[in-house]
Write a protein that binds this ligand. Structure first.
Ligand code: GLU
Length: 613
């Protein structure tokens, strides 16, 4: 430590916990004084622990951990190991094979009950001892030592750190675990357990004696909550479907003969163990690890159950809880009559869009789209009218606001897109990041704005109103000149000089260049900076000016040629001459440019669709 720097002890500091840690601390304080329950004693070592120990931990799917009390104290996992070993058996053999050997029905009986299917000897589920002993025997491995090593490795991967075994607890259970041995003999006799009893029991007792802390258990739970990916190490520990299957069995069978009431009151997949541990999972949200040795009459930790009940209620974690409606999945529905792209249009084009823009429908989708949300979208798309025979209609799907599209929803939307095609509707998807999202879309463009521009162009083309970018407009036909009187037209025509731009060239970059009348090609305006955003574009017949710099401290938008073309440029020197010699012409010109109804001039005041983000 550097000289002069106070040691942490020397600085009296009021510790301010974050709200989650504060909630866990509060919970710890409110339950610590409850000393009811008894220590498990049939494994003698377990009766020797301090009954006052109480740890709580929560791990998020981003790998953050919150904890209170004795969350760093190791304890033997005991039955908390069962769901994780079940995951390994599922990975080794697959669901069908495992199910044929171990059921998935809650037994409603104590953890060590003899609940075997009459005849086959198949245990009722993998969370009671009989089922767990059999599950452990299914794990692949060359001999018991190799099987245990695979179990230790998998549980360590769940926890995100290597887990050790408590030799004393293992030896203690080996000595006294006759009831489990008896269960194994019964299963062996019935033909359900197909390996040596001592081998099966040895591996099972070892797995029960693996040591972990409440904080470790929270990460193990978070791994299940996260679809099998450990949120701290990012390792894929098991597949998503295995995580789902394990959670399902935990939900129905995890809490011994309290499983039904647990699901009713707490509503979370969970598993408890006789050492006082409890693992609980809020799928898609986080994992919880709890530890407190005194047990209730059913073998569940008194404080851990009480804490889970409070947490589930306070954070509204019950699996059956209705989360309430989220933001509407269709953020915007409309047509090109009222919603325009960021393309600056000449008067004639605007008139056509106003008259026929109803042929272009728009839907902006947002949020997390699963089955129900997709159904809402399908309903909305079915309202898009079919194209008239020999004619066309367009639909712009803005998918940029979608945060997550579930595979089932993606298939539903793509089927709807296919159906729209059969009704003559051209579906244009705008999103540069997720190409191929809807394989049956007719056209994909990098952004919703460009998708709408594309449709507008197609509509204008159909009505003969589109000035093709390559077809050069004569200067006198440019909207600005056409709207001036003869004198002003003659003066302005003489003042502008020919100007050519190549693709990707910057246009009007210098202060000397004041006004450009676009005659062919296309320009686009971008914000400056690292994340340049396309603000809109301008085509033939429109104008761009640097006369009104948006000088509000932000970087000026930059103009880039998207398609090569030509124009008429008014330079500052010519402007100054006009100011001296033709002030009336200039006044007429400025009035005209300021009127967005008459001509299309950029910058324009009216916000376009593309500028809403
Ligand atoms: N090793 C213990 C047994 O098999 C685990 C039981 C439990 O935690 O429920 O008896």
């Amino acid at each position: 430590m550097r000289e002069g720097k106070p040691t942490p002890e020397a600085v009296p500091m009021e510790e301010t916990a974050d709200p989650i840690t504060a909630a866990l601390n509060e919970l710890h304080a409110s339950l610590a004084s409850d000393s009811s329950g008894t220590l498990a004693s049939y494994i003698p070592q377990l009766a020797e622990v301090d009954p006052g120990q109480f740890g709580l931990a929560l791990a998020t799917l981003d790998g953050r951990r919150y904890q209170a009390g004795d969350a760093a104290v190791p304890f033997t996992l005991q039955s908390v190991s069962k769901p994780f070993v079940y995951a390994l058996a599922l990975a080794d053999l697959g669901l069908e094979e495992v199910l044929s050997r171990v059921g998935a029905e809650p037994s409603g009986e104590a953890f060590n009950a003899i609940s075997l299917e009459p005849g086959s000897g198949r245990p009722s589920n993998p969370m009671v001892n009989a089922g767990a002993i059999l599950t452990t025997s299914l794990v692949r491995g060359d001999g018991p030592a190799a099987r245990f090593e695979r179990i230790r490795e998998l549980l360590s991967a769940f926890a995100g750190r290597p887990l050790d075994m408590d030799e004393k607890v293992f030896a203690s259970e080996l000595e006294t675990g006759d009831r489990n041995r008896a269960l194994a003999y019964l299963m062996r006799n019935a033909g359900s357990l197909r390996c040596d009893v001592d081998e099966a029991i040895d591996v099972y007792f070892r797995q029960c004696a693996l040591l972990a802390t409440a904080a470790d258990v929270a990460v193990m739970a978070a791994t299940l909550a996260n679809g099998g990916i450990n949120p701290c190490t990012k390792a894929t520990v098991v597949s998503q479907s295995i995580a789902e299957h394990v959670l399902a069995v935990m939900a129905s069978c995890g809490m011994y003969d309290y499983a039904g009431e647990w699901l009713l009151r707490v509503g979370l997949p969970a598993k408890s163990g006789v050492s006082g541990g409890l693992v609980a999972v809020s799928p898609g949200q986080f994992g919880i690890g709890l530890f407190s040795p005194p047990l209730d009459a059913r073998g569940n930790s008194v404080r851990a159950v009480a804490a889970s009940r409070v947490l589930a209620e306070r954070f509204q974690l019950h699996l059956m809880h209705h989360p309430g409606r989220s933001a509407p999945v269709i953020a915007h529905a409309g047509s090109a009559v009222t919603t325009r792209s960021g393309r600056l249009r000449r008067r004639k084009e605007r008139d056509v869009l106003h008259a026929h823009g109803g042929d272009i429908d728009l839907r902006s989708l947002q949020g997390d789209i699963e089955f129900a949300a997709a159904e809402v979208i399908l309903q909305s798309l079915s309202a898009v009218p079919a194209a008239r025979p020999g004619s066309a209609r367009w639909l712009v799907l803005d998918v940029q606001g979608i945060s997550r599209l579930h595979p089932v929803a993606a298939r539903m939307l793509d089927a709807a897109v296919l159906e729209l095609g059969t009704r003559g509707i051209v579906v244009v998807v705008g999103d540069g990041h997720r190409r191929g999202l809807l394989p049956h879309a007719t056209v994909e463009l990098p952004s919703p704005e460009e998708a709408l521009e594309w449709c507008e162009d197609a509509l204008l083309d159909r009505h003969g109103a589109l000035l093709a970018p390559a077809a050069e407009l004569p200067l006198r036909d440019h909207d600005v000149l056409a709207a001036l009187d003869d004198e002003a037209r003659a003066v302005l025509s003489a003042a502008v000089s020919p100007y050519t731009y190549q693709r990707e060239e910057r246009v009007l970059a210098s202060d000397d260049e004041v006004l450009l009348l676009i005659l062919s090609g296309r320009l686009a305006a971008y914000t400056q900076g690292a994340t340049a955003r396309r603000l809109g574009s301008m085509g033939p017949g429109t104008a761009v000016t640097r006369l009104q710099p948006l000088d509000d401290g932000r970087a000026q938008p930059m103009l880039v040629a998207e398609l090569p073309g030509e124009g008429g440029l008014l330079r500052r020197a010519q402007l100054e001459r006009l100011e001296r010699e033709h002030p009336r012409v200039l006044a007429r010109l400025w009035r005209l440019l300021a009127s967005s109804r008459e001509v299309g001039c950029w910058p324009v005041a009216a916000p376009a669709w593309g500028s809403r983000r």
